[in-house]
Design a protein around this ligand. Structure first.
Ligand code: UD1
Ligand code: CA
Length: 480
């Protein structure tokens, strides 16, 4: 919008969080609280965003600039009230004309669409001040909207300054206001701090506009939770649950099956395609993308992962992994960063992968660790294989060729390569490269020493069993 300045207030201490992390930086739904606010604010296409920082600004400032590189940071040295904060912002950005919108930095449910509608209503009405208000059952703590007999807004009275009658008002100031900039900058110079908190109240501008004969009005929002702030961790969890409910509902409307919305957590930036199915106990976090017809869950946590068309991921913990179309993963797989599984590939039960490129139709079906590896198309890795990538000092790579078949319980001591179409025997410890098409065996030939148990372990249940005697199961307390 033309000449729109949005001021986001984030200087307050947030002491009730009892945290070394500043309040607005607490994460919810995969973003910081202020991240949600900034994203809603950006939907109004403002000419500039000014963030007021104070408490722990060395944490808050860089975070804001990372999200909105051209945001202006206004430093409020002491938190002398919302009116003071907005004055500091207007001075820092040299705001003189146009429209100014003020919002708080701790309202994670704020939605860009609602903010756009509010700003449009304000500019169309030609008002000096517009207040985004809501009717709430429990108005405690909020500024109350005082109207005259004709219904016009005459003032906002803070809880601390309100009389009994005013405390009974259920229409509250959400904290989001819009102003004509020229009026605002003039009015901010006139407000005082003669009130119960000794602070400069932004809300006093309402009275000033009325006295000057300018228009003031309220825009009542139905979905008042959008403007709700989190002051402590219980409120944060509550808003987090509501945010998640909204995100999950939106995806269901867009064609995603969610079997149990109550145990499904989806971050704000996740992308799901139609006909994806999410089974209970699943968290899709960060920038995770799930393609059409894939089934994820039950019990998966996937952060920044990409799951291909029709893939199946069961009881898996994954981060920064890419799973190919129609591939299968789990149950009990651990996908660490840099895992890439090809089309129709398989990572099976109790398999951990890291920095591993596993080709199309290649399989690592059981009980293995695959680190710093490249596995060719169609290869099959035997059960219980360890890619020994670490020599205690440095990490090394293992390459397994196309259509290789490696035996069970192998150890590949990197750096090493196994050629295309090669095989390895069971229990092989592969230290040297295996040429294409060769069979590598490293275990010695087997020797059986007859009668060893009876001569060396006589009197034990094992020896008794070896002699065909009665086996006393209860007596066997040894570890096996
Ligand atoms: C404010 C409003 C109140 C409204 C409520 C909605 C005023 C005087 N009151 O009250 O009418 O119902 O919000 O939540 O405006 N901040 C600064 N610098 C300051 C003071 C505050 O940056 O000097 C920031 C805070 O970090 C917070 C926001 O402004 O994000 C609101 O401040 P807060 O002290 O919580 O105001 P309330 O008393 O809740
Ligand atoms: Ca507040």
């Amino acid at each position: 919008m033309d000449n729109l300045t949005v001021i986001v207030l984030a200087a307050g201490g947030g002491t009730r969080m009892k945290s070394k992390t500043m309040k607005v930086l607490h994460p919810v739904g995969g973003r910081s609280m202020i991240g949600h606010v900034l994203s809603a604010v950006q939907a109004t296409a403002p000419s500039r965003i000014v963030a007021v920082v104070g408490h722990q600004r060395e944490q808050v400032g860089p975070h804001i600039q990372q999200l909105v590189p051209d945001a202006v940071l206004a430093v409020q040295e002491t938190q002398d009230g919302t009116g003071h904060a907005v004055r500091v912002a207007c001075e820092a950005a040299d705001v003189r004309e146009g429209t100014v919108v003020v919002a708080a930095g701790d309202t994670p449910l704020l939605d860009g669409q609602s903010l756009r509608e509010f700003v449009a209503d304000h500019t169309a009405s030609g008002r000096a001040v517009s207040i985004l208000t809501g009717i709430v059952p429990e108005p405690k703590g909020y500024g109350r909207i005082v109207r005259d007999r004709t219904g016009d807004v005459v003032a906002i009275v803070e809880e601390k300054d309100a009389d009994d009658e005013q405390r009974g008002i259920h229409e509250i100031n959400s904290g989001i206001l819009a102003f004509d900039a020229a009026f605002l900058t003039d009015a901010l110079g006139r407000i005082g701090n003669d009130n119960a908190s000794g602070e400069y109240y932004l809300t006093d501008t309402v009275q000033i506009a009325r006295d000057a004969g300018l228009r003031v009005g309220a825009y009542i929002v139905d979905d008042v939770r959008q403007t709700e702030g989190a002051n402590d961790r219980a409120q944060l969890a509550e808003l987090g649950r509501e945010l998640n409910r909204r995100i999950v509902t939106r995806w269901m409307k867009d064609g995603v099956t969610v079997m149990d919305p109550a145990t499904t957590w989806i971050d704000a930036d996740v992308v799901l395609e139609p006909d994806v199915t999410i089974l209970p106990g699943t968290q899709l976090l960060g920038a995770t993308v799930v393609r059409e017809d894939a089934v994820v869950g039950p019990d998966c946590t996937l952060k920044d992962c990409e799951i291909g068309l029709g893939a199946r991921v069961v009881r898996t913990h994954g981060e920064l992994a890419v799973i190919g179309d129609r591939a299968t993963v789990g149950p009990y797989a651990h996908l660490r960063p840099g895992t890439r599984l090809g089309v129709e590939g398989k990572i099976g039960g109790f398999v951990e992968t890291k920095n591993a490129v596993i080709g199309d139709r290649a399989k690592v079906p059981h009980l293995s660790y695959v680190g710093d590896a490249e596995i060719g198309e169609g290869a099959n890795i035997g059960a219980g294989t360890i890619f020994a990538n670490y020599d205690g000092v440095a990490k090394h790579r293992t390459v397994v060729g196309r259509q290789a078949r490696t035996g069970s319980n192998n150890t590949f001591i990197a750096p090493v390569s196994i050629g295309d179409g090669a095989s390895t025997g069971g229990g092989a410890v592969v230290r040297e490269d295996v040429p294409p098409g060769a069979l590598a065996v490293s275990a010695g030939s087997q020797r059986n020493i007859e009668g060893w148990v009876v001569s060396r372990r006589s009197g034990t249940p094992q020896a008794e069993a070896a002699q065909g005697g009665v086996v006393d199961g209860d007596a066997d307390t040894g570890v096996s």
